[in-house]
Design a protein around this ligand. Structure first.
Ligand SMILES: [Zn+2]
Length: 156
C-alpha cells in the first residue's frame, strides 16, 4: 500500500496545487487515512524535541499538522488524532487550520490562499529556536515513508 502511494507520488513529482486531488494518488493513500498521527521531531541533534503531530487529510493527498493531539478518547487515527481549538472561533475552517492560523502554536500556515484550498506550505517552530518550512510534497513523502517503515516519527 505504502509503496504504491510512493510510486504514484514519484510519477506525479509533486503533491502541490491541484495535484493533491489526483485520483490515483488518493486511491493509493486511502488505506493510510486512519493511520495514527506521526510525531514530527526537531532535526537538530542537540534538541530532538517533538514539534508537531502529522496526519493525512480525509479526502486530499495532503498532510495536516498540529502541535498537540486530540484527547485520547477522541483519537480514531488520521485527522481525528490532531488537536482541536477550544473553543472554536471560526467554524468555516478545518479545526487544525484554525489552530495554525492563530499563530500561537508550533504549526503556522505560510500560504493559505492558493488554488488548492489548503495551506500547502507549513512552518514548524521548535522551542529551541529552529524553524522548518515544509512543502506538502515533503511532508507527504516523509509520512508515507515513516508508515511504510512502521515508524511513528519523522525528523523535520
Ligand atoms: Zn529544536
Amino acid at each position: 500500500m505504502t509503496s504504491e502511494a510512493l510510486s504514484v507520488l514519484d510519477r506525479l513529482g509533486k503533491a502541490e496545487g491541484r495535484a493533491i486531488y489526483d485520483p490515483l494518488l488518493n486511491v493509493a493513500l486511502e488505506p493510510l487515512r486512519h493511520h495514527p498521527a506521526v510525531e514530527a521531531l526537531c532535526s537538530d541533534p542537540r534538541c530532538r524535541r517533538r514539534v508537531a503531530w502529522l496526519a493525512l487529510d480525509n479526502r486530499a493527498a495532503y498532510v495536516a499538522a498540529t502541535e498537540g493531539r486530540a484527547k485520547p478518547k477522541d483519537r480514531r487515527g488520521g485527522l481525528s488524532d490532531l488537536a482541536q481549538p477550544q473553543p472554536r472561533r471560526n467554524t468555516g475552517l478545518l479545526p487544525w487550520i484554525e489552530l495554525a492560523e492563530n499563530g500561537l502554536t508550533s504549526v503556522r500556515t505560510v500560504d493559505f490562499k492558493n488554488p488548492a484550498g489548503y495551506p500547502l506550505r507549513l512552518k514548524f517552530v521548535c522551542r529551541c529556536g529552529r524553524d522548518y518550512t515544509t512543502t506538502n510534497t515533503h511532508r507527504l513523502r516523509d509520512l508515507i515513508t515513516a508508515i511504510a517503515a512502521g515508524n511513528g516519527r519523522i525528523y523535520l
